[in-house]
Design a protein around this ligand. Structure first.
Ligand SMILES: [Zn+2]
Length: 455
């Protein structure tokens, strides 16, 4: 295989507090084979000549991982955000879109959504997928047709995917049955969920299958261990929505006499391969349980902001031992720079103090933290042997001009990403997706599922 070489004006290398200037990066067959800072413009070690290295002006980062996505929520952007109400009224609007999707329209919508992510420097997505079945809940001829559409969408958009197949069985923590649009989410029980997921084995190298428990509302307590056991046997990541809303805590206490976190712990759900999404309203004891078990926390600050969820205790959870990752969740915003700085800025609003997370902490949440949460331990660092994911942010745009490279996470936006390489393959160049006309495809796909009929 021939080597591809890039010369990054700045690159953020592992274990460095700030970016390094003039770094030569080489990849063969999708893997990084050399990372060599230049001295006085010349290679120092590992690489003989600059040769035809592609120049990457700006700051090159490892691939960003979006650890929590519901692709179809992209169709709701701007349609619900100015209204009154709360999480629960928003959810009704979201169900209306869910009702209209089928494998073809979902492929089109997810392809455009994932291509928007690629433009934002996201090289891997964790799709928390529960829209499994046809209208009314009858399975498609291929019961995994919707999962297959999502995996194909990621391939066409040029990014990797961890399909977190979500077990969603009940409407409430008291076990009320799924009704209306929710019937498309259900498999009946956790064993039948596991049978269906077992049958889904995408051969594509860009995809991996993991599991999710939608929430303590949606999986009865006595079936939690079935889902956790499936993930454990597969060595697959397991994600769960946790304490996004105080109402979930209240209902869980009323039904089970304990918090959602305690309930998960008591059924063997927590652990280092597990990621709790949101964890906005944990108790002090919950924070300790999550940290001691090394359960990861995926924060989704722009969604939590949009849905009026609240601000989770990110710093306390990190100090307790939980690694952090980031997700754009409902895609009100697809911009991991915004998610990352919100982790620090929201903490400032809560505590009225500055300086809780360093730039390196935020970089880790956006890169290694997210990839680890999605089961890709070999991605997220510009290091020999890792996957060749290179995300370059320009430092000469109206937003970033004059910003020192170390300040990128406090200044850059997704719109400043100029070049994206995923597994050694160029997906975005000069700020354009090479195969998807993202605005046009988003417009068409969203018209199809959320267009005039609803407005
Ligand atoms: Zn979610």
């Amino acid at each position: 295989m021939t080597a591809t070489r890039w010369l990054a004006e700045y690159a953020w290398l592992p274990d460095y507090a700030e970016p390094t200037p003039d770094v030569l990066i080489e990849a063969v067959d999708g893997r990084i084979t050399a990372v060599a800072p230049l001295t006085a413009g010349r290679p120092t070690a590992g690489v003989e000549v600059l040769g035809d290295a592609v120049r990457l002006p700006g700051l090159t980062l490892p691939g960003l991982a979006n650890a929590h996505s519901h692709a179809f929520h992209r169709a709701l952007r701007g349609r619900t955000h100015s209204g009154r109400g709360d999480f629960w009224t928003w959810r009704d609007r979201m169900y209306a879109v869910a009702q209209r999707l089928d494998p073809d329209s979902y492929l089109a919508l997810a392809r455009a959504t994932y291509a928007e992510m690629a433009l934002a420097g996201i090289t891997c997505v964790g799709e928390f997928h529960y829209l499994h079945h046809g209208p009314g809940g009858s399975p498609y001829e291929d019961p995994n047709a919707m999962s297959a559409a999502l995996v194909e969408a990621a391939a066409q958009a040029g990014i990797r995917i961890t399909l977190l197949d979500t077990c969603y069985l009940t409407a409430t923590v008291d076990g009320d049955p799924l009704v209306g649009p929710q019937r498309r989410f259900g498999d009946g029980d956790a064993l039948r969920w596991a049978d269906r997921v077992d049958a889904f084995t995408p051969a594509a190298g860009h995809a991996r299958v993991g599991a999710a428990i939608h929430s303590v509302r949606a999986v009865p307590a006595e079936q939690l261990a079935t889902v956790a056991g499936w993930a454990d046997r597969r060595g697959a990541p397991l994600h769960v929505h946790l304490s996004e809303q105080p109402a979930e805590n209240d209902a869980c206490r009323a039904a089970h006499g304990r918090t959602p976190t305690r309930l998960l712990a008591d059924h063997g759900v927590l652990g280092p391969d597990v990621t709790a999404v949101h964890a906005t309203h944990p108790t002090g004891a919950d924070v300790a349980l999550l940290g001691e078990s090394r359960t990861g926390i995926c924060l989704c600050p722009t969604t939590e902001r949009d849905l009026a969820d609240g601000i989770g205790p990110a710093r306390r959870m990190a100090e307790a031992g939980s690694p952090l990752s980031l997700g754009s969740d409902s895609h009100a915003v697809v911009d991991l720079f915004e998610e990352a700085r919100a982790v620090e800025l929201d903490e400032r609003l809560r505590t009225r103090r500055r300086g809780h997370f360093t730039a390196v902490d935020l970089l880790a949440a956006a890169t290694t933290g997210g990839h680890a949460a999605l089961g890709w331990a070999d991605a997220g660092r510009l290091a020999v042997g890792d996957r060749a994911d290179l995300v370059t942010v320009r430092l000469d745009t109206a937003r970033t001009a004059g910003v020192p490279p170390v300040g990128a996470f406090f200044a850059a936006t997704a719109a400043d990403v100029s070049s994206v390489v995923v597994d050694g393959r160029q997906v975005v160049r000069d700020g354009r997706h090479l195969t998807v006309d993202v605005p046009r495809e988003l417009h068409a796909a969203i018209e199809e599922v959320a267009g005039a009929r609803e407005e």
